[in-house]
Design a protein around this ligand. Structure first.
Ligand SMILES: CC(C)(COP(=O)(O)OP(=O)(O)OC[C@H]1O[C@@H](n2cnc3c(N)ncnc32)[C@H](O)[C@@H]1OP(=O)(O)O)[C@@H](O)C(=O)NCCC(=O)NCCS
Length: 159
């Protein structure tokens, strides 16, 4: 499979909305009670054979970058890793010293994925997802393997 990563463009909107709706119910993300519209955020898109294979979006804060979404449409082919690498490369070029992101307690696959790539646990927000449901009703009650989704977990990568 040919895999190419490029900057996200305005004309990716339709395919990105479909990917995000499929992965998390609506093209909206709530992280620590803050609502984000990832369509408006900068990011990178992975493509292969003209098809969207995944995407990452992020927020640039002063001297750090927070990843808001990371989604792979074809798992276990290196898409997620290539997208993370693109953000880390950009961060280094821009003198950013820290990358961070929030995931949820049910997301065993993500918790495994980030730790194997050098990311470290750095925060725990008890019942943050319970609170986020008041802002985004589409968040399901249970996630992977039937695990109740309740808490947010923060990871960081120091560059
Ligand atoms: C977490 C997520 C982004 C990972 O994406 P992915 O595209 O599957 O990631 P990769 O393919 O780069 O890596 C996954 C595994 O596949 C393996 N892999 C990569 N390329 C491979 C290939 N060509 N052949 C076989 N295995 C391969 C990797 O080694 C990795 O295993 P490891 O962690 O034991 O090293 C993806 O599961 C996803 O979209 N999840 C749903 C959304 C989500 O939860 N996002 C995170 C929210 S914070």
């Amino acid at each position: 499979m040919m895999l190419a990563v490029r900057e996200k463009r305005a004309d990716d909107a339709e395919s990105l909305k479909a990917l995000w709706t499929d992965h998390f119910g609506a093209p909206v993300v709530v992280v620590r009670a803050r609502k984000h519209d990832p369509i408006k955020l900068p990011g990178f898109v992975a493509e292969g054979d003209g098809k969207l294979l995944g995407a990452v979006t992020f927020l640039r804060e002063e001297d750090e970058i927070e990843i808001i979404t990371l989604d792979s449409a074809v798992e276990n082919r290196g898409v997620g890793t290539a997208l993370l690498d693109a953000v880390a490369k950009l961060a280094k070029e821009q003198g950013v010293w820290r990358l961070c992101l929030v995931t949820t307690n049910d997301n065993i696959r993500a918790i495994r994925f980030y730790q194997k790539r050098g990311w470290n646990l750095c925060g725990f927000y008890r019942d943050a997802v319970t609170a986020a449901r008041k802002i985004k009703a589409q968040i399901p009650l249970t996630g992977e393997d039937g695990i109740p989704i309740r808490h947010e977990i923060e990871f960081e990568l120091r560059l």
